[in-house]
Design a protein around this ligand. Structure first.
Ligand SMILES: [Zn+2]
Length: 449
């Protein structure tokens, strides 16, 4: 009652008073210039050119970078963030995240975890989990992510919008909503009576028409891009269906990320002309050549061998079982490394994607995700190539090449700082000391007024 009276009064006041006030402000008192922040540090790496600037001065206003220069003059009245001996870099971009799930290794892999997550967690609860995971990414230096499904019904869109509205602190998000997939999505065995849970995570398509319908529905649901699971075991989305998906997305200027592993699925994805192929742990040279020729990105979701063992450590294993587990992980990491270098040699563009979705004891989500960069370096990519994968390349893949991915005038002020020299060893990125997103300091700064 009281509230409704107040609402009517507010409405009355708005209609009468606000236009007059607004007109007055516009004519008489131009808005004061936004406060200026300046970041200084010992050096700045530009992943695009590979150049290092000494004593950079980065000027930030209203969330954007307005100028960058070595030893440049500091504008009067600016707030100065002096980062001393640190090195500046653009904020990192993870092109393959799943912020709304956090699986537990001890449950025995993806199948039981997925069923437990979907049947016991509401989408609302998962969005709140996503807020925690997103914050951990941001604090580790990941200022933008492309979140690729497994988010319930619209949970990723809700998180993206909440972050944009300033309700919670997290990275910029490009959201995929439910992934399109063949029968069953990525679920293991689920009995017929309970298969309805599959719709929570996947839009199952069985014909090109269903594929078109699912793409349009995803955009209606708020998707920025489309994610397709091309294959899960013997269930494969056909080439005709993939072509329909790509055509529908491209018609409205959107992109398609394709999960594909093995000869058949990677070939279908590349022939259909997707924007990126995720994982591709096995992929023939012929498909890599097609990817290079069509400009299709590879998002290699790789980890150092030791990580697989840490993440799935179980105290119940005998020493011999542990040894076998490490051997298996080493073999997998080596084969992933070999295919990454085949892709690089074939001229395929690489973008950083962690595909991290397990709880990792001793590491935050962001810290665990950055181990992927270490895996690229251990595979044989130069630190500069790795930095490009995690900045300019990911930015372009996300369709945000003009907004993020480098520290340049006009771009959003997404800036991180680290000790050491990441051009010598990207492991230095695992201890980010300072994070700014859109001009807002998220982590660590010695501020001099
Ligand atoms: Zn994934």
């Amino acid at each position: 009652m009281i509230r409704s009276v107040r609402r009517s009064l507010t409405a009355l006041v708005s209609t009468l008073a606000v236009p007059a006030v607004a007109a007055y402000s516009a004519a008489q008192a131009p808005a004061p210039a936004a406060p200026t922040t300046v970041i200084r540090a010992a050096r700045m790496v530009d992943p695009k050119s590979g150049n290092v600037m000494q004593n950079p001065v980065v000027v930030v206003q209203a969330g954007r970078i307005t100028s960058v220069g070595a030893n440049a003059a500091i504008p009067a009245g600016a707030k100065v963030i002096d980062l001393g001996n640190l090195t500046l870099l653009p904020g990192l971009i993870d092109a393959h995240t799943h912020l709304l799930q956090n699986y537990r290794g001890e449950l025995g892999g993806d199948d039981p975890n997925m069923i437990l997550t979907v049947t016991t967690m509401s989408t609302a609860k998962r969005a709140l989990l996503g807020a925690k995971m997103g914050r951990e990414d941001l604090e580790a230096g990941i200022t933008t992510v492309r979140d690729l499904g497994n988010s319930g019904f619209g949970g990723d869109v809700a998180l993206r919008d909440a972050i944009n509205a300033g309700w919670v602190v997290g990275p910029r998000i490009r959201a995929a909503t439910r992934a399109l997939a063949a029968a069953g999505g990525q679920f293991g065995t689920v009995q017929p009576e309970t298969q309805k849970i599959i719709e929570q995570e996947y839009a199952v398509v069985s014909t090109p028409d269903e594929a078109r319908r699912a793409v349009r529905q995803a955009f209606y649901d708020g998707a920025d891009l489309i994610k397709v699971i091309v294959n899960t075991g013997p269930r494969v989305v056909s080439l005709d269906e993939m072509k329909a998906i790509v055509e529908e997305a491209h018609r409205v200027g959107r992109t398609v990320a394709a999960h594909a592993i093995g000869d058949t699925a990677t070939r279908i994805a590349a022939e259909a002309g997707v924007t990126s192929i995720e994982h591709a742990y096995t992929v023939p040279d012929e498909v890599l050549r097609m990817m290079a020729q069509k400009g299709i990105y590879l998002v290699p979701t790789d980890y150092p061998a030791e990580f697989y063992v840490d993440a799935f450590a179980s105290s119940s294993l005998t020493p011999e079982q542990k040894r076998q587990q490490l051997e298996g992980a080493k073999g997998f990491a080596q084969s992933s490394a070999a295919r990454l270098m085949r892709a690089v040699r074939a001229g395929v563009k690489v973008a950083f994607g962690s595909d991290e979705y397990y709880d990792t004891p001793g590491r935050t989500r962001g810290q665990a995700s950055l181990l992927t960069l270490q895996a690229y370096q251990e595979a044989g990519m130069s630190p500069l190539e790795v930095l490009r994968a995690a900045t300019v390349n990911s930015a372009t893949l996300l369709g945000w090449g003009e907004r993020i991915g480098s520290i340049e005038a006009g771009k959003l002020a997404d800036i991180i700082a680290v000790d050491g020299d990441p051009l010598k060893d990207v492991k230095d990125l695992q201890h980010v000391r300072f994070v700014m997103k859109g001009g807002e300091v998220i982590k660590g700064a010695a501020v001099k007024e």
